[in-house]
Write a protein that binds this ligand. Structure first.
Ligand code: PHE
Length: 339
């Protein structure tokens, strides 16, 4: 056996190869499972006990030599053949972690996508707005509590300039420029002067929709919102509308969906009611149409507005609103698959 090992050692020293195929053939001949060295390894158990040590060392030496020689030959033919095409020396040695889209962006895009398929086009407006677009044109009486310091951030020294507290201001900006038919979806960030906690923040995101044309009815609104809820939360989702009040819509409603976490059976998220509120909506108040230059004797319309954080919480069960703006990558990385 020792003689055989010596013979192979001498052979290995002399190996030559002209190209990658030849190197591979050598690897198979010597190093593969059925190769010469493995055959010897298999015979090893027949070696008498007193010789095992010496033969074992020689065998190991042979194996290492063969591995080194064949690796060296491989490197040689690789460089001769112009190097390995897959080798990019400019690449960093560490795995690059790719960024993810922010969960709010993912959900906002999904909302916009659903309404785009229904023919809504995108409209955007400024976050620093004047009182007219945020409040007056939206039929807020001068003494409406929403204008109160509690809710609105005023720009210092300019009481008529505010950080918009809802995206309804974009409705006003669209109406002043365009006559019906109007069918827009307005996503954007809004600001409210609230103490920051797990369930409230001084800024959040809304998506608002507006549709104005001849003969637009509450039925149209309900149908579009049902379709939205089912696209967003699944085909079995149910909706219910509860009467409500907004200055800019009449009649107004708040919409609940059947709780998608417990399937309507009742859980802590829906406070055991089986329903969760997701948006406000209603028929555009004729006073709003008139204030924005649209003839309310010819046209009617509906509007709705929802919070992106709320929808995201429902989809992904995020328990604390603050996580959305802390930029903790451990949280953000969880949304890689949703991108
Ligand atoms: N602007 C309302 C809010 O911020 C939402 C809403 C929009 C309600 C459109 C009805 C119609 O709460």
């Amino acid at each position: 056996m020792i003689a055989k090992i010596q013979e192979l050692l001498a052979e290995v020293e002399q190996l030559q190869a002209a190209n990658a195929e030849e190197v591979e053939a050598l690897r198979i001949k010597y190093l593969s499972k059925k190769g010469a060295i493995n055959d010897l390894m298999a015979d090893f158990r027949n070696v008498p006990a007193e010789m095992k040590k010496e033969v074992g060392m020689k065998l190991n030496e042979l194996k290492t030599k063969a591995q080194e020689k064949i690796a060296a030959l491989k490197e040689m033919v690789d460089t001769q053949e112009g190097g390995n095409d897959d080798l990019d020396l400019t690449r960093t040695a560490y795995p690059i972690s790719l960024g993810t889209r922010h969960p709010l962006t993912i959900v906002k895009n999904e909302i916009v996508d659903i309404f785009s398929r229904l023919g809504f086009t995108l409209a955007e407006g400024p976050e620093i707005e004047d009182d007219w677009h945020v409040y007056s044109s939206m039929n807020f009486a001068d003494d409406h509590p929403a204008r109160d310091m509690q809710d609105t951030f005023f720009v210092e020294a300019r009481p008529d300039i505010v950080l918009r507290s809802h995206t309804s201001s974009v409705q006003a900006r669209v109406m002043e420029k365009q006559q019906p038919p109007i069918r827009v979806i307005c996503p954007g960030r809004v600001y409210r002067n609230e103490a920051i906690s797990a369930s409230a923040h001084c800024f959040f995101h809304q998506v608002e929709g507006l549709y104005i044309d001849k003969n637009v009815s509450f039925t149209d609104l309900k149908q579009v919102l049902l379709l939205f809820a089912q696209e967003m939360f699944g085909k079995d989702t149910q909706i219910r509308l509860r009467p409500s009040y907004f200055p800019f819509t009449e009649p107004s409603a708040e919409m609940d969906i059947s709780c998608n976490i417990c399937g309507g059976k009742g859980c802590s998220f829906c406070k055991h009611t089986g329903w969760v509120e997701i948006l406000g909506c209603g028929m555009v108040d004729p006073a709003v149409l008139e204030a924005n230059g649209i003839d309310s004797t010819i046209y009617t319309g509906y509007a709705f507005g929802m919070g992106v954080e709320r929808i995201t919480n429902l989809k992904y069960q995020v328990k604390d609103l603050r996580m959305f703006s802390e930029n903790d990558t451990r949280f953000l990385d969880e949304f890689t698959a949703a991108n």
